[in-house]
Ligand binder design. Structure first.
Ligand code: SF4
Length: 385
């Protein structure tokens, strides 16, 4: 008897990584297949990393023959895999039409954090951000977001596990809600990668109308604060003109009220612009009634930014002032400086000079396309942007 797949024979297979278990059940139903098969496929793919239907031995022969017409298991191809001397690893993924996005794997004392991208370029145009200079070209699909995770996961050393995900790579996640929250549902699923919601952080520049979704998804909120008042914030982050600080902080209070989860404020220190003692006092005043930690991030210099990194001494003064006032402060060291540390830099270098990136001055331990790599856990707090 011929396989039953008539619809699938004429339609393009759906990318498996874009589907929650429920989505997959509905899809299989549409093709006249038993829904319990969805769990079996989920298990093969996420637990055993088997994507060849022929190896899914508990599926019937007919089902195995039909599967490639219903589902594709394609992942974004790894174009570059760079490893820093400090243990940070950067990945560049091919997302079609000559475009690429980055993900960064950051080891620290007790975690292995993956910073992933949600868009190609970004329309928020934050002045200090390298990606912000690359206008939005396309929002990623859920399978392209999950795909970044799976590709990195497949290259981990024996016994390693990605413990945390942060949406702090290229793009504003709340500008691509559908795909971002779908990917979170897939990765969180106990039948998927079973990542705890509390270990998933969505970072926003302050798209207030969409911020409720972060509480709704029960994941952690990080806010790119980056300035002590509206005047400076509107200058460095144009989104502040539309959604000013007072409204943003009110939304943060709402998030805390709903979730009881502490918020992370990211604060990039720009020399002479956001790094003064009075700025530290203003930041404290803004955030003191919100349970939070403040990550201070000395600016990661990149060509043409027009901003400078403050001296270590000034960073220390700023940090001390906040701590003396009673704030919970973490200083992020810049990691992966030898592998295009600023978010979007690797992509830019690659797309401008594919196949001939100048990495001769870096301390790269190796450049790999595809294969396994080693990790060398570092003990520092990362800086992602
Ligand atoms: S900091 Fe984030 S939101 Fe701002 S331009 Fe860069 S990627 Fe976009």
């Amino acid at each position: 008897m011929d396989p039953i797949v008539t619809e699938a024979s004429v339609s393009t297979p759906v990318n498996f990584y874009s589907l929650t278990l429920e989505d997959l059940k509905s899809l299989l139903k549409k093709f006249g297949k038993e829904q319990f098969r969805a769990q079996q496929i989920y298990k093969w793919v996420y637990e055993s990393r088997i994507t060849d239907p022929e190896q899914m031995t508990n599926l019937s022969k007919i089902f195995r023959a039909d599967l490639p017409k219903i589902l594709s298991f394609e992942l974004p191809k790894v174009l570059q895999h760079l490893k820093s001397v400090d243990g940070t690893q950067k990945f560049l993924f091919d997302v079609g039409e000559g475009k690429s996005v980055e993900a960064v794997l950051i080891p620290s004392d007790d975690r292995l954090t993956l910073c992933i991208s949600s868009e190609i370029g970004c329309n928020m145009a934050c002045k200090f951000c390298f990606t912000g200079k690359q206008k939005l070209q396309r929002r990623l699909r859920a399978d392209e977001i999950v795909g970044q995770f799976m590709q990195v996961n497949d290259r981990l050393e024996e016994g390693q596990r990605i413990s945390n995900i942060v949406f702090m790579g290229m793009g504003e996640p709340l500008d691509n809600c559908e795909a971002v929250f779908k990917s979170i549902a897939v990765l969180h699923s106990p039948w998927g990668m079973n990542l705890s919601r509390k270990r998933i952080t969505v970072s926003t520049s302050g798209l207030i109308p969409e911020m409720w979704r972060i509480a709704d998804a029960k994941v952690r909120l990080a806010v790119s604060l980056n300035a002590p008042n509206d005047e400076i914030r509107s200058e460095v982050m144009p989104i502040n003109k539309k959604y000013p600080l007072k409204d943003l902080l009110d939304e943060c209070r709402r998030y805390y009220k709903e979730t009881k989860d502490r918020i992370t404020f990211e604060y990039v220190l720009l020399k002479g612009i956001t790094d003064q003692v009075e700025h530290a006092r203003m930041v404290y005043k803004l955030t003191k009634d919100i349970p939070c930690k403040i990550n201070i991030i000395p600016f990661n210099e990149h060509p043409g930014s027009g901003y400078e990194r403050p001296s270590d001494e000034q960073v220390g003064i700023f940090q001390k002032e906040l701590m003396d006032l009673g704030a919970h402060v973490l200083l992020r060291r810049t990691m992966g400086r030898d592998i295009f540390a600023a978010c979007g830099q690797l992509r830019s270098a690659f797309e401008n000079h594919p196949g001939q990136m100048d990495i001769s001055n870096s301390k790269l331990t190796r450049t790999i396309k595809g294969g396994k790599n080693v990790t060398d856990p570092s003990r520092r707090e990362p800086s992602l942007r």
